[in-house]
Design a protein around this ligand. Structure first.
Ligand SMILES: NC(=O)c1ccc[n+]([C@@H]2O[C@H](COP(=O)([O-])OP(=O)(O)OC[C@H]3O[C@@H](n4cnc5c(N)ncnc54)[C@H](O)[C@@H]3O)[C@@H](O)[C@H]2O)c1
Length: 334
């Protein structure tokens, strides 16, 4: 590889143009191709980036030996086939979340990448978001982690090929595995098909982890307001992460409940309520940080922060959610 990463982006609907913009903004990357099946989406790219080569057939990209990285921002059920074709043509890939629509497909992609000595990056964008990185920095202030409680709700956007869990919960699953080195033990998912004709559009997921840690995730396409809130409770402190609050995205609360277990009657809780700390958060687009990281990994042969295995771990949880929805009970995680 030279000192510049040549990039192609497949899928130019809602998310793909963000990848084009961010890779194009880097000094050591260049978007050479952009691909979509729809003329209108190609025309939008043409207006802003007249030098990018446009195509409707992604296989054209694979013939070009100069392309180092192919970004796949097509619907989830197409990721496997396109990523497989890219890897087998010797291209590193950035695959949008969720990496694949089954664990089996995810494992196959990892095998192919290993065989061809290529890198898989998975776009778990929140891992690169300054608020989440700040939480990682201050997580030890919490003491023993107790719980993670997330609300990720909005009106829409209903998806055609994946339910609300596959659409929104990958964000929480990736944040959880980035922040906590804890093994998930079991989960239960409850969902309803209230408006979507055939897929769950509202769901609650509960995951039990080792060390008595518990996560609850509420995802919905049927909320009148957009909420992106996570509360993380610890033995000593608690964090509120409100991604829709522009100025105070993170607050660290010196609050908690103490129970003296040495007393004969243990039910005498005392409530602590101390200071609230609002850390300064860097104002940088997560996708830009991620694009910089990917280019650095490719130019200097470094290990991706979010690789195929990280993508696979999220798909394992998603598949377990489907199983739980289908069977109506808690499922064990291996
Ligand atoms: N990381 C994030 O925060 C984030 C945010 C939104 C979406 N996404 C992910 O990005 C992916 C795309 O989502 P979206 O909302 O942009 O979907 P979208 O439907 O708006 O766009 C997908 C595009 O892919 C194109 N496409 C489909 N098959 C193709 C093919 N064979 N060749 C070329 N183009 C093809 C479609 O024409 C469409 O324009 C999904 O996996 C989604 O989960 C990630």
């Amino acid at each position: 590889m030279t000192d510049i990463v040549n990039v192609a982006v497949i899928g130019l609907g809602y998310w793909g143009p963000n990848l084009v913009r961010n890779f194009e903004s880097l000094e050591n990357a260049r978007v050479v191709y952009a691909c979509d099946l729809i003329d209108k989406n190609l025309a939008k790219i043409k207006r802003n980036y007249p030098n990018i080569i446009l195509t409707k057939n992604y296989k054209e990209i694979l013939k070009n030996k100069e392309i180092d990285l192919v970004c796949i921002a097509t619907p989830p059920n197409t990721h496997y086939k396109i990523a497989k074709d890219c890897l087998e043509s010797g291209k590193n890939v950035l695959i949008e979340k969720p990496m694949t629509t089954s664990v089996e497909e995810g494992l196959k992609l990892i095998d192919i990448a290993n065989d061809y000595d290529l890198k898989i990056f998975v776009d778990h964008t929140f891992v690169f978001s300054p608020p989440v990185m700040k939480i990682k920095e201050i997580i030890n202030y919490l003491g023993k982690p107790l719980y993670f409680d997330s609300e990720r709700i909005n009106l829409g956007l209903l998806q055609k090929d994946v339910n609300v869990i596959w659409d929104l919960a990958p964000h929480d699953f990736s944040i959880l595995s980035y922040l906590f080195d804890l093994k998930p033990i079991s989960l239960i998912a409850i969902g309803s098909k209230l408006k979507h004709p055939y897929l769950e559009d509202l769901a609650h997921i509960m995951i039990k982890y080792e060390n008595n840690f518990i996560a609850h995730i509420h995802v919905s396409w049927l909320s009148p307001i957009k909420v992106r809130k996570i509360i993380i409770g610890g033995e000593k402190k608690m964090i509120l992460y409100d991604d829709t609050n522009f100025f105070e995205k993170i607050k660290l609360y010196d609050k908690g409940v103490d129970i003296d277990l040495s007393k004969e009657d243990v039910f005498f809780p005392t409530y602590r309520s101390g200071d609230i700390y609002v850390p300064k958060i860097e104002n940088k687009e997560p996708l830009k940080i991620e694009a910089e990281h990917i280019v650095d990994c490719l130019l200097h042969n470094k290990k991706p922060l979010v690789d195929g295995y990280a993508g696979l771990n999220v798909v394992k949880l998603l598949e377990a959610c489907d199983k739980s929805l289908k069977e109506g009970k808690e499922v064990e995680l291996s």
